[in-house]
Design a protein around this ligand. Structure first.
Ligand code: AMP
Length: 428
């Protein structure tokens, strides 16, 4: 036999109970985003390759090296989305969402694909939770989003995050900044890596995003965008910072933070966490005042700000930062039908308990009581409910509390109430 197929490199299966933490993060995010007026958008996993080339940028690592692209049967080049902001901006334009009154607040969650070198915290399929606030350029929008993110991380009990903040300047600032960078790069470019040497010519801002440790001392000598902001951009950034201070959200200025995507203008940010090691960015984002306009939105209607949070990294920081708490068991009640005759009444009882809101998983009626009890405790159930011939005669169940071994006989109609009371007592 040929060897059995295995996982594709860089991909992973998320198994229970790991998936519990993902669900918990997703539930917290959905709930909090709703409080800020965000609603969910679901865009396709596949987009035209051109969308990412034109927005994320040809010179970025994502577009240049990491996309899963292929030719469809009609020869259209399609790409598994490496990020979702470009897709949300496309949908915003395609469905003319700018016509709706006020700003548009959208959030999304789902898988993204990048063919990066796999390592801890970096996968080729990973999940992002993100949000986009579109339709304006008020500094208030930037601050609102950053405050919401600080609240989300605090709420998840993730103490120890740091917000890194920068302003990349607007479209008018960009040529001035590129000129300054090109000049500063002239003498040092020959000592930088091949990518940097090329980018020094084609897209000098991207040099600041180089991850090669050997290049960092030279990159540290380059001018920063903050030195060259024009007065309106400087004022915009000042207001964002002031609003953050008013809201009590601490930040650190990080003048070399450019992010790995070309569409950002003005505010750019990252939240990093110490528990993550080398891949320490939990989430990143920024303002993109021209993104939707480049995709066809009317002038001024396409400005916005967004972020994407790496769910895989958030879950691992969360688990590293918190006292390890046990995920809930598959089912709180393990039901043991003892023998074929007990099966039908036991299954009926299980249905009644489920209808009362309890979680119940049954074992095989052919198993011995001993095997049932060991299965119940290995599954980490809270109670084992045994139904045998005697119990059927008496219309009772033998309930064993697995934490302390206590056993009691409970009449069928009282079972749901018994568990509700026991749960309440355990919580009190
Ligand atoms: P980006 O879309 O590059 O701005 O990334 C936003 C966030 O997504 C990062 O801060 C990471 O938390 C997460 N992320 C990006 N790439 C990966 C990856 N290959 N594996 C896991 N998480 C990732």
């Amino acid at each position: 036999m040929p060897p059995a197929p295995t996982l594709v490199k860089g991909m992973r299966d998320l198994l229970p109970p790991e998936t519990h933490w993902f669900q918990a993060v997703e539930a917290a995010a959905r709930e909090l985003f709703a409080r800020y007026g965000y609603r969910e958008i679901r865009t396709p996993i596949l987009e035209r390759t051109e969308l990412f080339a034109r927005t994320v940028g040809e010179e970025t690592d994502i577009v240049g090296k990491e996309m899963y692209s292929f030719l469809d049967r009609d020869q259209t080049s399609l790409t598994l989305r490496p990020e979702a902001t470009a897709a949300v901006a496309r949908a915003y334009v395609e469905h003319r969402l700018w016509e709706q009154p006020g700003w548009t607040r959208l959030y999304y969650l789902g898988p993204m694909f990048r063919r990066e070198r796999p390592q801890q915290g970096r996968y080729r399929q990973f999940s992002q939770i993100g949000a986009e606030l579109l339709g304006g350029d008020a500094p208030q929008m930037d601050a609102e989003m950053l405050v919401m993110l600080a609240r989300l991380l605090d709420r998840l009990g993730l103490s120890g995050w740091t917000l890194s903040l920068n302003s990349l300047g607007c479209a008018e600032d960009r040529p001035r900044f590129e000129r300054a960078l090109r000049e500063a790069l002239l003498p040092i470019a020959p000592r930088l890596c091949g990518d940097c040497r090329r980018r020094a010519e084609t897209n000098p801002l991207r040099v600041l995003d180089c991850k090669r440790p050997e290049d960092q001392p030279l990159i540290a000598q380059l001018p920063t965008t903050l030195d060259l902001l024009d007065p309106p951009c400087r004022e915009h950034f000042e207001q964002v910072k002031q609003l953050l201070e008013r809201a009590g959200v601490p930040y650190q200025l990080q003048p070399r933070l450019v992010r790995g995507l070309d569409y950002y203008t003005r505010t750019a940010f990252e939240f990093v966490h110490g528990a993550l090691g080398a891949q320490n960015a939990l989430l990143g984002g920024g303002r993109y005042d021209l993104l939707a306009e480049r995709l066809g939105a009317p002038k001024g209607a396409g400005a916005g700000i967004g972020f994407a949070l790496g769910e895989d990294r958030l879950v691992s920081a969360w688990r590293a930062g918190l006292a390890p708490s046990d995920p809930p068991p598959a089912a709180e009640i393990y039901l043991a039908p003892l023998g074929e005759a007990a099966l039908a009444p036991a299954l009926e009882l299980a249905e009644q308990l489920r209808q009362a809101g309890l979680s119940v998983a049954a074992g095989d009626a052919r198993w011995s009581a001993k095997k049932h009890l060991s299965t119940a405790s290995r599954q980490a159930a809270r109670w084992a409910v045994l139904i045998g011939e005697q119990e059927i005669q008496a219309r009772q169940a033998t309930v064993k509390t697995l934490a302390n071994g206590e056993q009691s006989a409970v009449a069928w109609p009282q079972l749901a109430e018994f568990f509700a009371t026991a749960s309440g007592a355990a919580r009190a």
